[in-house]
Design a protein around this ligand. Structure first.
Ligand SMILES: *[C@@H]1O[C@H](CO)[C@@H](O)[C@H](O)[C@H]1NC(C)=O
Ligand SMILES: *[C@@H]1O[C@H](CO)[C@@H](O)[C@H](O)[C@H]1NC(C)=O
Length: 391
């Protein structure tokens, strides 16, 4: 990390003597982010975590520490001798497995009311099945038990989607990050088209249930209670949209990098267009705000304070889309929005490396102090930003 920070400083010095072009300002803004990254990371590691925070932190660590094995890297589904053992993501996976419940849910969620949250750590567990070959069956069995819970134990909604909750049938926008990326990843590694399709269908069914018209176009409402056919939260929550965009991008990319890619182009194209729909209906709210942060609620709730957490997540998705799908995203105003938002996010980092202001992850309409997911989203943003600049 030190080497990277030093390198970032050198880049800033070199470019800053050339004037103040947009690229210069972008690089120096990235340099500031690289400098605070270690303390953002250690604040995340130091936090006490729930199951979904364990999985989200694991994803951020995978993308930050061992990018070769992330979905955005060159070896997402097989061992890479040059990258070697992905130690830190496996440390997160191991902790999730040692607290796996008898029903298959990872990270101590065996008795929880959440059906899908535990599966957010499923991918780093499945990673062990090929990245630590001496323990391949240990990792594979744990991932399979978690998959089995999703497929056969978790309740299904009236449309057949896997319910977000274990005790009733509900759609939460959050759920799109929790289960579908893991189901798709397991499907890609075992070359199972049924699972890739199931991951896609869960994104599609959640979108159908939660999509509402917002001030900038269609976005996602937060929670629909399918058992009683009523809204629990019809507001357009920034982080809900962030979870949905993060999850759908990962499922799209998993399909595209799998052996079934050519048969499933309609599915991956739809997912990318649904990610774009969310960016188009959320980023303008940050562009309009000062500082440039996504409002905690874009519509439907009075808690409209700027939220660094959803902002970082949506900036990460924008940088990834700019890198992966330039023909769809590069010609437009997305890079400007991502740069404005990422600078605002980094501008708020505290002395202890905490993102501020952030929504309380346990209480959606108030500001919180420590947001593990916000810390993780910011690491995802910095990793995506780096790759975008390195292009
Ligand atoms: C794909 O996965 C499902 C669910 O685990 C399983 O029932 C099915 O047999 C698998 N198909 C193949 C071809 O392996
Ligand atoms: C970019 O511009 C288009 C067309 O004016 C608009 O629909 C879209 O919402 C804008 N996106 C952002 C991120 O501002």
């Amino acid at each position: 990390m030190l080497a990277r920070s030093v390198a970032a400083c050198i880049i800033v010095i070199v470019v800053s003597v050339q004037g103040t072009s947009l690229e210069t300002r972008t690089s120096s803004a990235y340099g500031a982010a690289a400098d605070v990254m270690p303390s953002i990371r250690s604040a995340m590691l130091g936090s006490i975590r729930t199951s979904w925070e364990q999985g989200t932190a694991a994803s951020a660590i995978l993308e930050t520490d061992t990018p070769t094995y992330s979905l955005f890297g060159s070896s997402p589904f097989k061992y890479s001798s040059s990258a070697g053992l992905p130690v830190t993501p496996l440390q997160f996976g191991l902790s999730a497995v040692t607290r796996q419940g008898g029903d298959g849910r990872l990270s101590g969620d065996g008795k929880s009311g959440a059906a899908v949250d535990s599966s957010s750590a499923g991918s780093v567990v499945m990673l062990g099945s090929f990245a630590e070959t001496s323990k391949a069956s240990y990792w594979h069995n744990a991932a399979t038990k978690q998959l089995h819970y999703l497929l056969h134990t978790a309740p299904r909604t009236s449309t057949g989607a896997i319910s977000h909750r274990a005790d009733s049938k509900q759609y939460w926008a959050d759920g799109v990050f929790m289960a579908p990326p893991f189901i798709a990843y397991y499907g890609a590694i075992t070359s199972n088209e049924t699972l890739l399709q199931l991951a896609y269908d869960n994104c599609r069914l959640y979108r159908n249930a939660l999509r509402v018209k917002g001030p900038y176009g269609y976005a996602w409402a937060h929670i629909y209670f399918d058992s009683t056919k009523s809204w629990v939260d019809k507001g357009i929550w920034g982080t809900g949209n962030a979870w949905a965009a993060l999850g759908m991008l990962r499922v799209a990319l998993t399909i595209q990098k799998s052996s079934h890619a050519s048969k499933m182009t309609t599915q991956s194209k739809n997912l990318v267009s649904w990610v774009k729909e969310i960016l188009d209906s959320t980023l303008p709210a940050a562009v309009k705000s000062s500082p440039h942060l996504i409002p905690n609620y874009i519509q439907g709730d009075s808690a409209t304070f700027g939220d660094a957490s959803s902002s970082a997540a949506l900036a990460s998705v924008t940088y990834r889309c700019l890198t992966l799908y330039p023909s769809i995203f590069k010609t437009s105003n997305y890079s400007q929005a991502a740069n404005q938002i990422s600078s605002a996010v980094i501008g708020g980092v505290t002395e202890l490396g905490l993102m501020k202001p952030v929504v309380n992850p346990l209480s959606w309409d108030e500001e919180g102090v420590v947001s593990t997911e916000g810390q993780a989203f910011t690491l995802m943003m910095i990793a995506a930003w780096k790759e975008y600049l390195d292009e």
